[in-house]
Design a protein around this ligand. Structure first.
Ligand SMILES: Nc1nc2c(ncn2[C@@H]2O[C@H](COP(=O)(O)OP(=O)(O)OP(=O)(O)O)[C@@H](O)[C@H]2O)c(=O)[nH]1
Ligand SMILES: [Mg+2]
Length: 536
């Protein structure tokens, strides 16, 4: 076994490499046992609760943190940020690497709220499959549908977990029908619920033909009789699990459960271990990179600052796309051509971490850095290739930042840059030198910015409306036309955090007019970092 758990009495069990047997690690075998997946859904369906219980089922933590009712303080590991605990919602993607059944899982618990959708979309560039959580009383909700579409665009296979079966729920057949018809996807139940609502007692595994009960039931229990009849019906009516059609994204295996009661959670984890997709190939600008190529490539999809409140750290989360990463190696940052030393790559477990001596394709590693690494960066052993597909969206709302204590202006400037690099908000610095603007997709992002500036930087701010309401990135192959447009519109121009030019307009009408007057330019509402650099 090349990996061993470390921990003893400690509640966490991190992945560390067993140096004695390290010589034995075969990259192909290592890559084949990686399972890297995101948990996605509409807000509140139970992603974080499921994450906690998956970790527990995997033996990674001894006690699942209780995700309590909204407003109460939460003790989850996955929701570690102050504002997440206060409000009972996830605000950022949390990364957890753990080992179970000879597989190495990289689990990414995403926020469901649409105001944080950029974070979720970026996370989806780093995974090989997604677990779609559905609230059994509500069925497919708006965000779930949207996220599903993003997965489909990226050919990410989906596993469905129908949660909250311990409450009044809709009929399972009806839920399966809804998934099939709204998402145009075949459904194949892998488990079936035994009992419903308050009487929900466990699951029946349709493939293995076994019961997984929370507690023994007497043979005469009516729930057992009922499940026998239902299972016969389901077997005759629905397709069997077919790996090929799952991998091709045509079929979703479906699990029923209650994350909070720990029913059906182990079924899901066992399924992921058994047939969960292996690390996939990653599309780059020049070619597609296969996971078991020997050369290391990695994609930075997320930045997180100040995870450790005692040390002002800044972690770039990278998915290893191919090859083997070893501690101490030097990597090329393709965007700048710089050579980056990997002194202390880390495996994360929500906020906690452990040095990673080695990682393989599929793994998500954190790389501490002071601002060199950016979202969308590609790291290689020398090859000039850029992975594509990490988006930034044009903000829907623009606000000016109001600082009450002028002494803190410098600190605010630095903090805004750091938080913008992380993607909390977008930052636009007007070229006329006026106060910076922040752009967001939804107002909850403003709350997060305000809370984090206060908690992490000690800077109190407020927001003021701005005359501008729209921002678009501008590009042109015609450099002279671009420069002329920028010069002519100086007081409506700003630079984003990467220094790319952004045109600001006071209304949709003004934006359209500017577009008509500058036919040589493209105005974009999505910035796919690398794809745009290529087009420019
Ligand atoms: N009855 C019941 N409640 C559950 C279950 N799973 C989660 N909940 C509750 O549902 C609420 C939301 O749970 P979370 O796990 O925070 O949901 P989430 O999907 O992570 O939410 P966001 O990250 O904010 O999108 C909490 O109050 C949980 O206690 C379940 O299986 N049964
Ligand atoms: Mg959550």
């Amino acid at each position: 076994m090349p990996l061993r758990r470390q921990g003893g009495a400690a509640p966490l069990a991190f992945l560390t490499y067993d140096h004695e047997s390290r010589g034995m690690t075969d990259p192909t075998d290592e890559i084949a046992r990686r399972r890297t997946f995101a948990i996605i859904s509409h807000p509140d369906a139970g992603k974080t609760t499921l994450t906690e219980h998956l970790l527990r089922a995997g033996g990674a933590i001894q006690l699942a943190g209780n995700v309590r009712a909204k407003g109460e303080r939460r003790r989850t590991r996955s929701d570690w940020m102050g504002i997440e605990r206060d409000r009972g919602i996830s605000v950022v993607t949390s990364v957890m690497t753990f080992e179970y059944k000879d597989c190495v899982f990289n689990l990414l618990d995403t926020p469901g709220h649409e105001d944080f959708s950029e974070d979720t979309y970026r996370t989806l560039t780093a995974v090989d499959s997604a677990v779609m959580v559905i609230d059994a009383a509500k069925g497919i909700e708006a965000r779930t549908r949207k996220l599903f579409e993003i997965c489909r665009l990226r050919d990410i296979p989906i596993i469905t977990f129908i949660n909250k079966m311990d409450r009044e729920a809709r009929d399972p057949i009806e839920l399966l029908d809804e998934v099939a018809s709204t998402l145009a996807l075949d459904t194949c139940p892998v488990t079936w619920p035994i009992g419903r609502a308050a009487d929900f007692a466990g699951t029946y595994d349709l493939r293995k033909r076994e019961m997984h009960l929370l507690a023994e039931l007497p043979k005469s229990d009516p729930r057992l009789q009922a499940v026998g009849d239902e299972v016969d019906l389901v077997r005759s009516a629905l397709p069997e699990f077919d790996l090929e059609s799952f991998n091709a994204g045509h079929l979703t295996p479906v699990y029923f459960g209650s994350a909070i009661k720990d029913i059906g959670v182990a079924d899901l984890l066992d399924g992921l271990a058994e047939y969960g997709p292996r690390p996939r190939s990653q599309p780059g600008d020049k070619r597609i990179v296969e996971a078991n190529e020997p050369g290391l490539t990695a994609l930075v999809f997320k930045i997180q600052a100040n995870m450790d409140p005692n040390h002002r750290d800044r972690i770039a989360f990278a998915r290893v796309c191919s090859g083997r990463l070893t501690r101490g190696m030097r990597l090329k940052q393709v965007r700048t051509g710089k050579s980056i030393p990997l002194h202390a790559p880390q495996f994360f477990f929500a906020r906690e971490r452990e040095i990673a001596d080695e990682a393989f394709a599929g793994d998500v590693v954190g790389i501490p850095n002071h601002g060199t690494l950016r979202i969308g960066d590609t790291l290689t052993e020398g090859e000039d290739i850029q992975f594509t597909g990490v988006p930034y969206f044009a903000p829907e709302i623009l606000r000016r930042v109001r600082l009450d204590d002028a002494m803190k202006a410098k600190k605010l400037r630095q903090a805004l840059v750091e938080l913008a690099e992380e993607g909390v908000v977008q930052l636009f610095r007007p070229q006329d030198g006026s106060a910076p603007l922040v752009g967001v997709v939804g107002t909850l992002q403003l709350d997060v910015l305000q809370a984090r500036l206060g908690a992490e930087y000690g800077v109190a701010i407020g927001f003021e409306t701005s005359a501008f309401s729209l921002a678009r990135w501008i590009f042109s192959a015609d450099k002279a036309a671009l420069a002329k447009f920028i010069a002519d519109n100086r007081n409506a121009m700003a630079d984003d955090v990467d220094g790319d030019p952004v045109f600001l307009a006071t209304s949709a009408f003004m934006m359209r007019r500017a577009e008509e007057l500058a036919p040589a330019l493209t105005f974009r509402d999505i910035k796919d970092i690398r794809a745009d650099k290529l087009a420019a």
